[in-house]
Design a protein. Structure first.
Ligand code: ARG
Length: 589
């Protein structure tokens, strides 16, 4: 297997430090900060010399020849206080580019030790409309699934619907008040019940907010909702049948919103699916003395001696006999262990839920399900408005995902018009392209931020064809496709890549960074490393294309073939990277 140059040089460098009896970690290599001087650099000599009481420049002079031995290296120079500046050969770059062009993974590498991983993301709540926060869970989670899968992990993505909490009780009583004669509300009716749902998605979106508001002001109403959830959880047939309808109606609507963003799930399970596992789980924990009765509730103690903060117990069953967010999450781990047996479970959920996950993970470890260090909460920041506060619509409400998609499509269509793109296409083709641009805009705007930070929602900027945006990247890919199409029309073929000019070298060095970007993105569970990479690659292509003519008459055929080969390599890697980000470029635009 051919590794990237950065990794190959790091290998040589690590060995060089070891050969001098020093710690291998000093051999880390990165792309040079001064591309006009070198391609890569190693800064380890200063630290290593300090630790070993040596002179850093003398040490660098000893290390340099070891690195220079590597076939990929043209020369190594000691600079300043002891930097090692490394220049690679044109031949190594040419071979690297050729590899990207022919490799299935476009130069991306497989994971070092693939794992079986469950990713829990999306987490929309039945009936409650999804809001921009759920956009992040969906887009980041879907991207992590694509990334891990690309690198060879065995991944199962689960939407984990919120379909077991108080909102279900609110819906039940609200429907009861509107349509009291439905069979679901007859006390002793055990079914069968009608197969057609008694409500539409519009009904649910209308009913839920008003029921939720009322429950906050009207205590009797809130009690009725609690009672309804308790009965539903206890298995009342009519309520269970209603729950199924609510879920089916919601899931159909969710699938539409998610498909706009090209977000997919392997499993459409929800909290309610693990209900049958809860009673046996609680019974087992009682027998094993892991659960104890406290003021009428069944709890698990998860505090530890070394805790600095207060760690309240884990709530299995509350004093009203109901189970909530804690119990469903623990039972879901039981289910995943039994059904899938993962090495790890990743939860892509708002950072504000970190305490909840700390509790769930401790409980999982305590009861012997999965160790805490194999459960990861991948928290993300908030989507804010221009005022820096969580994003709200002009009317002051949270923006629903469906409306967000529509807004993004409108804005993308406007930008396509302004940029005078797609003007020769049919309305239908333009519609398809508008969707691809809107999706690229929303996904890239989210993913390019470091996952844990907040970002400001700005559709105008997200949909722009200029700057660090999804549409810019689509434009870059489409431009390369146009070059290759024109070449084919003129019977110009791509051929062996021979790197010569500075712009070509930098473009291939950019290609070389793909493997590292993927490794970082996977190791840190941070898609923005990949965003940085594809953006840098698109920019390097732009610089190359401005300086290196390809199709012009005067270009010598061998050079043209090489540059076309380079175009193919770049397009392949760009589209591979974009596909991991869930972004698809059209053929023309
Ligand atoms: N439904 C939850 C919410 O909207 C998110 C669920 C996250 N996943 C989990 N296993 N708890 O806040």
């Amino acid at each position: 297997m051919m590794t990237d140059l950065a990794a190959q040089l790091a290998g040589a460098c690590l060995a060089a430090f070891e050969a001098e009896g020093l710690d291998a970690r000093w051999g880390a290599v990165k792309r040079s900060d001064r591309p006009e001087l070198a391609d890569f650099q190693c800064n380890g000599c200063m630290g290593a010399a300090k630790q070993a009481g040596m002179n850093p420049r003398e040490l660098a002079a000893k290390i340099a020849p070891h690195i220079a031995d590597n076939v990929a290296v043209a020369r190594v120079e000691v600079a300043g206080p002891g930097f090692l500046n490394i220049v690679v050969t044109d031949a190594a770059l040419s071979a690297g580019a050729e590899h990207v062009r022919t490799d299935d993974k476009a130069g991306g590498q497989a994971a070092f030790a693939p794992e079986k991983i469950v990713v829990d993301y999306g987490g929309p709540n039945v009936a409650k409309p999804m809001h921009v926060g759920h956009l992040r869970a969906a887009v980041i989670g879907d991207t992590i699934v694509r990334l891990l899968r690309f690198m060879g992990d065995d991944v199962t993505g689960d939407v984990h619907l919120g379909d077991w909490g108080l909102q279900m009780g609110l819906l039940i009583i609200a429907v009861m008040d509107e349509q009291p004669d439905l069979p679901y509300f007859e006390t002793d009716n055990t079914g069968p019940f009608p197969t057609a749902p008694p409500v539409t998605m519009d009904d649910l979106s209308r009913i839920y907010p008003s029921a939720s508001r009322r429950s906050k002001e009207d205590e009797v109403y809130a009690k009725r909702a609690q009672q309804a959830v308790a009965e539903m959880q206890a298995g009342r047939a009519g309520y269970r049948a209603l729950l199924k309808h609510f879920i089916n109606v919601s899931v159909a609507a969710l699938k539409v919103d998610y498909s706009f963003l090209d977000v997919a799930f392997d499993l459409w399970k929800g909290e309610s699916d693990v209900d049958p596992l809860i009673a046996p789980m609680v019974a087992d924990l009682k027998v094993r003395n892991l659960a104890r009765l406290d003021d009428g509730a069944w709890i698990i103690d998860i505090a530890r001696d070394e805790d600095k903060k207060d760690m309240p117990p884990f709530m299995l069953v509350n004093s009203r006999g109901a189970t909530g967010y804690h119990a469903t999450d623990l039972a879901t781990i039981v289910d995943r262990v039994e059904q899938i047996g993962p090495d790890r479970i990743l939860y892509v959920v708002d950072a504000r839920q970190s305490f909840h996950f700390e509790q769930v993970f401790r409980a999982s470890e305590k009861v012997g399900l999965i160790a805490q260090d194999r459960l990861e909460h991948l928290g993300f920041g908030t989507v804010n408005g221009p005022d820096g506060k969580p994003f709200k619509t002009r009317e002051g409400g949270t923006l629903r995902l469906a409306d967000l998609n529509t807004l993004a499509l409108e804005e993308a269509t406007k930008k396509i018009g302004e940029a005078k793109l797609s003007s020769d296409m049919s309305a239908e083709e333009r519609g398809v392209i508008g969707k691809l641009v809107a999706r690229a805009a929303l996904r890239f705007a989210d993913l390019q931020n470091q996952r844990t930070t907040n970002y400001v929602f700005d559709l105008d900027r997200f949909t722009s064809f200029e700057g660090k945006t999804g549409p810019y990247l689509l434009y870059a890919a489409v431009r390369i496709k146009a070059i290759l199409r024109r070449a084919a029309d003129n019977a110009h073929k791509a051929g062996a890549i021979v790197v010569a000019s500075d712009e070509e070298r930098r473009l291939v060095l950019a290609l070389d960074g793909f493997a590292l970007a993927l490794r970082l993105a996977r190791d840190k569970r941070m898609p923005h490393y990949l965003c940085e990479h594809v953006y840098g690659l698109a920019q390097a292509f732009s610089t190359f294309y401005a300086a290196c003519p390809i199709l012009k008459q005067e270009v010598e055929p061998g050079l043209r073939a090489s540059r076309l080969g380079l175009c193919e390599a770049v397009l392949k890697q760009l589209e591979t990277g974009l596909s991991i980000l869930g972004i698809t470029a059209p053929e023309r635009m």
